[in-house]
Structures are given as structure tokens and as C-alpha cells.
Design a protein around this ligand. Structure first.
Ligand SMILES: [Zn+2]
Length: 288
């Protein structure tokens, strides 16, 4: 079974200041190398002084120098119009792989009417969207009612049947509550990022065995797992820990082991319209 290349679909760098951001991208590459991960999709956080034009343009500009990394654009609810302008522009130029929504952190629902124009645009133009869901291990204080109701995600998938939607963090820790939605809505995917803190070794981290059995239960409801993608949520969870955990998980549950190449890259390539070749990652049709 060919496990490589591997794509981490969920990583972050800060976009407060250019030189610092470049430094963080170098560290990200080191983290990926340590974990033998080939490529990563990267997004900013809503850092101090955040602004959608500044943050997204800075990330796009910097990642042009890092061919193994490709940006995901971030919507900023504090600047709705500016967000829509810049994200549509970057998506039209194929400079971002998707649009991320920080629902719980910025206190809006996936069905919020202010984001509807952008969802309609994304559906029409085959731009995937990612919603923060659940309370992943390193989740800072947020308002969980905005990001923990899987039927909100279900509603978006229903209203926009051609829109590709990803639930980041698989609605952690309520994996089972998202499973029927994943099973019911063909346009929904989920990533496995940020599901635990610290050490991937179950002997050192008692939570791992609980995580594994809960996730396995959720997987049992899925007909297949061609809508599940690997992600770390770096820097909140180190890629080396994320990859160690996921390999152990799939080895423990032998029935799923054959699905690893799909989870490591094939599902992501299809979902995010990616083109990977010769140590470089971009969206199909984007410039080299
Ligand atoms: Zn994240």
C-alpha cells in the first residue's frame, strides 16, 4: 500500500507580520518533514489586528515561495464586504484552495444570512468551503452553539447541493452526531485535525483510547470513508503526533487500513481540486 504522498489539509500560520510569517512557514516545513508529510494547506488565524485583505494577501504572497504549501482563504465576520471582495478575487485567480469560516470564534452560524452570497458564489464556482466545527482539543474559548450543531451543516449542504463543504475537526468530540449528516449529504466532508492534545501514544495519553473508540463508532455509520481527510491543526497539534496517531488508529482497526491512501491524499485532491506534482501543490488550472 502506497502511503505517500501525504497532504495535511489543516495547518495554520500567523499573519501578523511578514518576516515572522515567513519564519513560521519554514518551521511548518520542518514539522512536515519530521512527520514525512509532503504537502499542506495553510490558513491564517484571526490574529491581533486581523483584516481579510491584509491576512489573505500576505499569506498568498508568502506561500508563492513555498511550493509544498498552498493557502486556504479565511473569511472574517468583522469585515463581511471586504472578505467577500478579496476571497472572490483570490478564488477567481485560483490562488486559494478553499474558504474557511471561523463560526464559533466569530459567533455566527453556518446558515447566517451575511455569508449566503459567498456560499452561493462558492457553489457556482466550485470553491470548497470549510467550517470550524466542534470543540477540538486546543479550542480556545468560543461560543459552541455556533459551531457544534451538525444540523446547521446539514442545512448548508441541503441549500447548496453542489457546494463542497468540509466540517473541520469532525464536530469533535461528538463525532457520532456528525456521522448521519456525512452519510446523508454527499457534498459533506470532514477533516480529522486537532482531535487530541499532546502525545499520540495511548500509554502516555489516556484520552487516545476514548478518542479511538468514539471515532470508530462514528465510522461504522459511514458507508465508506471517501469523505474523510487527514489534517493536523498545526501548530496546535504537531503533525508528527497527528500522523503517529492516525497510522496507529488505522492499524488497530484493520478493516479500515486500505482506506489510508484515500484519507492521506485522494479525498483531499478531489475535494480541494488539487494538483500535486514534483514537490509542488496548487489548485487545478492555477499558475505554477
Ligand atoms: Zn484549525
Amino acid at each position: 500500500m502506497q502511503l505517500t504522498p501525504i497532504i495535511d489539509v489543516h495547518t495554520h500560520v500567523e499573519t501578523i507580520e511578514k518576516n515572522d510569517c515567513i519564519k513560521q512557514c519554514h518551521t511548518l516545513i520542518e514539522d512536515l518533514d519530521l512527520a514525512e508529510i509532503d504537502y499542506a494547506l495553510v490558513m491564517s488565524d484571526l490574529d491581533e489586528g486581523h483584516h481579510p485583505k491584509k491576512d489573505n494577501e500576505l499569506l498568498v504572497e508568502i506561500l508563492e515561495k513555498f511550493p509544498r504549501l498552498f493557502p486556504i482563504g479565511c473569511f472574517d465576520y468583522d469585515y463581511v464586504d471586504e472578505s467577500i471582495d478579496i476571497l472572490e478575487q483570490l478564488a477567481n485567480q485560483k490562488q486559494i484552495a478553499a474558504i474557511k469560516f471561523f463560526t464559533g470564534y466569530q459567533h455566527f452560524l453556518p446558515t447566517d444570512e451575511k455569508i449566503r452570497p459567498l456560499l452561493a458564489y462558492a457553489e457556482k464556482n466550485n470553491v470548497p468551503v470549510m467550517f470550524h466545527t466542534g470543540a477540538p482539543a486546543q479550542c480556545v474559548v468560543s461560543r459552541l452553539k455556533f459551531c457544534m450543531n451538525p444540523y446547521e451543516i446539514d442545512e448548508v449542504c441541503y441549500r447548496y447541493p453542489e457546494l463542497k463543504v468540509s466540517a473541520a475537526h469532525f464536530n469533535a468530540p461528538h463525532f457520532l452526531s456528525l456521522a448521519p449528516v456525512l452519510e446523508n449529504k454527499e457534498n459533506l466532508h470532514a477533516d480529522l485535525s486537532g482531535l487530541f492534545e499532546g502525545d499520540a501514544n495511548p500509554k502516555e495519553n489516556v484520552y487516545i483510547s476514548v478518542l479511538n473508540s468514539n471515532l470508530k463508532e462514528a465510522f461504522c455509520y459511514l458507508e465508506n470513508i471517501d469523505n474523510i481527510m487527514f489534517g493536523s491543526d498545526r501548530p496546535y497539534l504537531k503533525p508528527i503526533e497527528a500522523i503517529t496517531w492516525i497510522k496507529d488508529f488505522f492499524q488497530t482497526y484493520k478493516m479500515l487500513e486500505g482506506d489510508l491512501p484515500d484519507i492521506f491524499r485522494n479525498n483531499a485532491i478531489r475535494f480541494y481540486n488539487l494538483d500535486i506534482d514534483n514537490n509542488s501543490i496548487k489548485v487545478k488550472g492555477g499558475k505554477d
